[in-house]
Write a protein that binds this ligand. Structure first.
Ligand SMILES: Nc1ncnc2c1ncn2[C@@H]1O[C@H](COP(=O)(O)OP(=O)(O)OP(=O)(O)O)[C@@H](O)[C@H]1O
Ligand SMILES: [Mg+2]
Length: 249
């Protein structure tokens, strides 16, 4: 049984069909990449999986046009698509959304601890904090600095590090390298690789297709709300239509 199983997932915002019958799976221990052009629906897919689309659906129905989500999402065999986002996270599916920013007024440490409110166990919180700081030495050096004064790239690292304060069964990360300088991007990818090496399955959305293909065991290519390719980086690169038409490589 896959750890995450998405079956025939469709999302429609009012009249716009954003996802159209998407099916994918992530196995325990796997690193799966999700790539595709801008506007393909990658973020929407992660937001549907983590319960954020359902949340919007609840909040907006009847006011800003209909939001319709259909299909199934299962985590370790159990349906999670009907659940609220916080319950999905409690079950271990941790989503780090695109352009997530830390709390500007809080220090690096306070930001990390603000992600740990679910654990009442102090020793456990300390363990998670040490893990996050060990993975991001740049943040460890700046632990007392106010987050608003970190560089944009460091803030993005902090946002990813905060996800580690939840004990993830699956970490779904959306465009962590967006707008980062090459050096900081490398540090971030190295940290994500270490998280995976530490036993956490990863579903990674990234524009940096070459980087994803280096790290991921398997990838999906999404275009206009549909999965149009699946496989290792090498096999996707060997497909000329995909490579030239969708991967920008
Ligand atoms: N809340 C919403 N209401 C209406 N349309 C939306 C909403 N959210 C996303 N969309 C539309 O859905 C499409 C897919 O958006 P999404 O953000 O999922 O793409 P993406 O693949 O993550 O793109 P990018 O690579 O630019 O981040 C876009 O055309 C977007 O405008
Ligand atoms: Mg996106």
């Amino acid at each position: 049984m896959p750890l995450l199983e998405v079956k025939n997932l469709s999302v429609r915002y009012d009249k716009a069909q954003i996802l159209n019958g998407v099916s994918l799976a992530v196995d325990d221990g796997e690193f799966v990449g999700l790539v595709g052009p801008n506007g393909a629906g990658k973020s929407t897919l992660l937001r549907a999986i983590s319960g954020l689309v359902r949340f919007e659906e609840r909040m907006k129905r009847g006011t800003a046009g209909d939001i319709v989500l259909e299909g199934e999402v299962r985590l370790a065999g159990e349906r999670i698509d009907p659940l609220p986002a916080h319950e999905i996270r409690m079950r271990g599916l941790v989503h780090c959304p695109e352009r997530r920013r830390p709390f500007r007024e809080l220090s690096v440490l306070e930001n990390l601890l603000a992600g740990a409110f679910l654990s009442s166990n102090k020793a456990e919180t300390k363990r998670r904090l040490e893990r996050a700081l060990a993975l991001f030495p740049r943040l460890a050096e700046r632990r007392s600095q106010v987050a608003g004064t970190l560089s944009g790239g460091e803030q993005q690292m902090l946002a990813t590090a905060r996800s580690l304060m939840f004990d993830a069964r699956l970490l779904a990360i959306d465009e962590p390298s967006l707008g980062l300088a090459p050096k900081i991007r490398e540090e971030l990818f190295a940290a994500i690789r270490k998280i995976h090496d530490g036993g956490v399955p990863v579903l990674l959305v990234e524009q940096e297709v070459g980087q994803v293909f280096k790290m991921a065991d398997r990838n999906y290519v999404l275009s206009q709300g549909r999965i149009i390719g699946e496989g290792s980086g090498a096999s996707l690169m060997a497909n000329e239509t995909l490579r030239a038409g969708y991967l920008g490589l």
